[in-house]
Design a protein around this ligand. Structure first.
Ligand code: UDX
Length: 447
């Protein structure tokens, strides 16, 4: 009989994973402790903006006309325990308040609730990003709590999906990494991932600590690559070089590669910043902190970019103060094709300028509700044009396609001063300059 799958936690990761598992043909039961989320998902709606996810969900959620009916949601741990052969734990591990370490309380409480319900053989699969050593600890807890004893096993299977590409990354992952302690667990996971593996996704089998480390090291590498190019941007700014050309040129070297070399206001989001910090904290606990001191530099280069954008904006409005100046901010999310504003560089810059007395007006295609909730004191507009009306300077801080398609001439009519700063190196400078704008991008000559 086909495996029955449960997914615990229905955020970005869990909701996508649940829908993807149903797409692969499994019967799936998703659990969340927030009843409103379960209600939404059960009616085929997704509580966040993620391209393609709602369609996939509606294709499978039971009760929706024409659906396969393979996907259901619940708040009952008992139901989950009785239903599943494989339980994916997909809850989040945010940064602890005021500390670098990650907050394991959601993972821990998921295990505490799930394990006592395991009355029949089951594989529990951790997907959350956790400090190395967590899986060993959680396996011991599972053994203590599961009524079925050693027939409840643990595996660790980190997730590498990117927001904005979550569906594609889940159905066609670059690789599948599984940390296992038995052949039985490996066999079950090979069955779960048979389709993506047959379609070419490499399947890497390893132990618990390595599986945990693959995730944090991959994210550390990506963060380092971005901070490297942003460090080059700082040097280019000092030497009047062009970081975009530099990135293009070094990216032709296949050993370096051209991806993740876009200089700008740096990385944000719910993953990269907190993952490198948690990694440093964990390495410290293990006595290996020296190995990761470079990540401190990666983090500070990244934070410096935000401050630098504020300085460029101040210079653009006269150099002294933001008082009485109107600043239009295009973009609020941490990256395009997402409504996620967690640790968003764009909102951080907007917030800093606001605190320094500037009149900030933000517009974002999808992130307005979340931005309003997080920064209620900023000004908001319903369109890019409205945000730019009367502005002394325009800041382009999240590279949505909508912003690349703006008409610089029309915006020029609305702005008080035609000055635009491109914090993402994504706009066509020629177009803007031809329309009479002073255009400045980070790490590039003033021209
Ligand atoms: C990241 C990892 O890519 C993913 O594998 C992991 O599972 C979760 O963390 P995500 O947070 O969705 O995914 O965003 P990502 O696309 O990696 O971008 C992160 C940040 O880096 C964004 O703020 C983006 O704007 C910035 N970035 C990215 C740059 O500043 N320059 C680049 O060249 C690329």
């Amino acid at each position: 009989m086909a495996l029955r799958i449960t997914v615990i936690g229905t955020g970005y990761l869990g909701a996508t994973h649940a829908a993807a598992m149903a797409e692969l043909g499994f019967e799936v039961l998703g659990l969340d402790v927030v009843p409103e989320k379960i209600e939404m998902l059960s009616s085929g709606r997704v509580p966040m903006y993620e391209p393609g996810l709602e369609e996939l969900l509606r294709k499978h959620v039971a009760g929706i006309e024409g659906s396969t009916g393979r996907l259901r949601f619940t708040t009952s741990w008992e139901e989950v325990g009785a239903f599943g052969d494989v339980h994916f734990v997909c809850v989040n591990t945010p940064q602890k308040h005021g500390e670098y370490a990650c907050d394991m309380s959601y993972v821990d409480s998921a295990f505490e609730s799930l394990a006592p319900q395991l009355t029949r053989p089951a594989l529990v699969v951790g997907k959350s990003t956790v400090p190395v050593g967590s899986a060993v600890r959680l396996a011991a807890r599972l053994a203590e709590l599961a009524p079925v004893g050693p027939d409840a096993e643990l595996a660790w299977n980190p997730e590498f999906l990117r927001e904005g590409f979550a569906v594609k990354d889940t159905l066609h992952p670059d690789r599948i990494v599984v940390g296992v302690e038995s052949e039985r667990s490996e066999k079950v996971l090979r069955e779960v991932y048979a389709v993506p593996v047959a379609e070419g996704s490499p399947f890497v089998v390893t132990d618990f600590p390595t599986a945990e480390l693959v995730k944090t090291s991959a994210n550390s590498f990506l963060a380092t690559k971005i901070s490297f190019i942003n460090a080059m941007a700082e040097v280019c700014e000092a030497a009047d070089g062009d970081v975009a050309k530099l990135a293009e040129a070094i990216g032709h070297d296949e050993r370096i590669g051209s991806k993740f070399l876009r200089a700008g206001i740096g990385f944000g989001g719910g993953c990269l910043p907190k993952d490198i910090r948690a990694f440093m904290a964990r390495a410290g606990e293990l006595g290996a902190d020296q190995a990761l001191t470079f990540l401190r530099e990666v983090d500070s280069i990244n934070m410096r970019r935000r401050g630098h954008m504020v300085e460029l904006a101040r210079e653009a409005v006269g150099g002294e103060t933001f008082l009485g100046k109107r600043v239009a901010v295009l973009g609020a999310t941490f990256k395009p094709d997402s409504d996620d504003v967690r640790d968003s560089p764009a909102l951080n810059v907007a917030g800093q300028i606001h605190l320094q007395g500037g009149q900030v007006t933000v517009y974002d295609p999808k992130g307005m509700d979340n931005a309003r909730r997080l920064f209620p004191t900023l000004g908001y507009a319903e369109s890019a044009l409205d945000a730019v009306r009367g502005a002394d300077v325009v800041l382009h801080l999240t590279e949505w396609r909508e912003f690349r398609e703006l008409d610089p001439a029309a915006l020029g009519e609305a702005a008080a001063h035609r000055i635009i700063l491109d914090g993402r190196n994504a706009l066509d400078s020629t177009l803007w300059r031809e329309a009479g704008w002073t255009f400045r991008a980070m790490g590039r000559p003033r021209a």
